[in-house]
Design a protein around this ligand. Structure first.
Ligand SMILES: [Zn+2]
Ligand SMILES: [Zn+2]
Length: 446
């Protein structure tokens, strides 16, 4: 075959436009997989120990010590006490290159475990002043064990790593157990960022994962763009004027006004937002007012949550809620004060990074199930705080046997169960994302 000059030029241009598939050398990938296989039993025993000894948000003292001791043994520089109990460690590869951060959350929930397991939790803790049972009902025990295993594998590949890896073990993803959100104090991922967890070295990409019940064991699932909702709480105080239940005209009754506000709120998402853009949720979770059948109370309050996948829509809901409550109250001669507390931002998978890492994830999945179009979750995550610092990708990992996918108890249930056979794929995913990224796979995502 003969190439003339023009054909040659066209070919070179085409090659330049199609980025070469960058990935770690095959020897590194094989070594990573061998190490992952070998570490699986140890990872499962770590997970069971953590499961039996869960700790609430901001008091993950035992967990943090296990993590820090492990990372130190691997020869890393370790910072403890970040945002309370957080642990940050840096692995310096043998060659220069970019920086990847990997994140696990360490906290458990005030839930009483009812699973019949030899390592069932019987722990208790203090949740905002009350003694409560504690359980790893969201699977953060698996996240810690997976990241400890990943750290050990990557430490073993240190001399072949072109770049650095930052390990982030964060407290209080589920919120602090020692104070009420809305006080102005920060916690978890946000506090970690404020305390410089991502300052030196600053990562070029952040990866994390979450196990979910109802997703087949070992399935890796992700999507580009918004993947988990923002979460806000709100409170509306409707202030009327107290009077006798038999003489309503002598006061301002806040109860029917609150009822009108609740009804009008139903049209904010359904009639006022462009829901073809993104879905949104506005829920009333609590209404309280009055003490006795024949007294019209002075005030009523209602509380609830707002979920959105777009920061503009989120802000729009806040202002429409405030306007609706104030307008309806004013029409009846009452007052409504609305306070919105932002809890977590939208978790968004950076589209360029997600596209760049897709071949890696498909290769890791192999003959196991995977999807790059997992449905969005209206749950929320403070992983979003790390996404504000660097492009990020957050994976969902299945931990439910195939025949129980439809019936499995959800995360946060006292019956939440983890099929540990799914965890190895989590270790492989984080390890391969890291080695491929450091070898240039993320170059198009930077
Ligand atoms: Zn959770
Ligand atoms: Zn969680």
């Amino acid at each position: 075959m003969r190439f003339d000059r023009m054909m040659m030029t066209a070919l070179v241009a085409l090659m330049a436009a199609t980025p070469a598939l960058a990935e770690a050398p095959p020897a590194v990938r094989t070594a990573a997989d061998r190490a992952a296989q070998a570490i699986e039993p140890k990872m499962i025993s770590w997970r069971r120990d953590l499961h039996q000894h869960p700790e609430l948000g901001n008091v993950e003292v035992r967990t943090a010590k296990i993590v820090a001791d492990h990372l130190r043994k691997l020869g890393m520089k370790v910072r403890t006490g970040v945002a309370g109990t957080g642990v940050v460690a840096v692995l310096e590869g043998g060659k220069p290159g970019p920086t990847v951060a990997l994140r696990a959350d360490m906290d458990a929930l005030p839930v009483k475990e009812v699973n019949d397991l030899p390592f069932r939790s019987q722990a208790t803790g203090t949740y905002r002043g009350q003694t409560v049972p504690v359980m790893h009902a969201c699977g953060h025990d698996t996240h810690v064990a997976i990241l400890m295993a990943t750290a050990e594998i990557l430490a073993g590949l240190k001399k072949d790593l072109p770049g650095k890896v930052v390990f982030l073990f964060q407290p209080a993803e589920e919120g602090p157990s020692d104070f009420e959100p809305g006080t102005g104090k920060t916690w978890g991922a946000k506090a970690m960022v404020e305390q410089g967890a991502l300052a030196d070295p600053k990562p070029d990409a952040v990866f994390g994962l979450h196990v979910f019940a109802g997703l087949e064991s070992g399935k890796i699932a992700w999507r580009a763009g918004p993947v988990m909702a923002s979460a806000d709480s709100y409170r509306v105080d409707v202030i009327g004027k107290q009077t006798h239940g038999a003489l309503p005209w002598r006061g301002v009754d806040p109860i029917p006004i609150t009822a009108q506000i609740v009804t009008a709120m139903q049209t904010i998402v359904s009639r006022q937002l462009d829901i073809t853009r993104e879905p949104a949720i506005l829920t009333v979770g609590q209404i309280q007012g009055g003490v006795r059948f024949n007294i019209i109370p002075d005030s009523v309050f209602l509380e609830g949550t707002i979920r959105a996948f777009d920061e503009g829509m989120r802000a729009d809901i806040h202002s429409r809620l405030t306007r609706t409550a104030a307008g309806i109250a004013a029409a009846s001669g009452a007052k409504a004060d609305t306070k919105v507390t932002k809890i977590y931002d939208v978790t968004t998978n950076d589209p360029a990074l997600t596209a760049a890492m897709r071949p890696t994830l498909i290769r890791v999945a192999g003959d196991k199930p995977w999807t790059d179009n997992v449905p969005k979750s209206t749950g929320s995550e403070d992983f979003s705080e790390f996404s504000r610092v660097a492009p990020s990708l957050f994976l969902f990992l299945g931990v439910t046997p195939k025949d129980q996918v439809e019936t499995a108890a959800a995360n946060h249930s006292p019956l939440f169960m983890v099929d540990e056979s799914g965890l190895l794929q989590g270790v492989r995913a984080l390890t391969h994302l890291t080695v491929d990224y450091l070898n240039g796979a993320g170059a198009t995502g930077r």
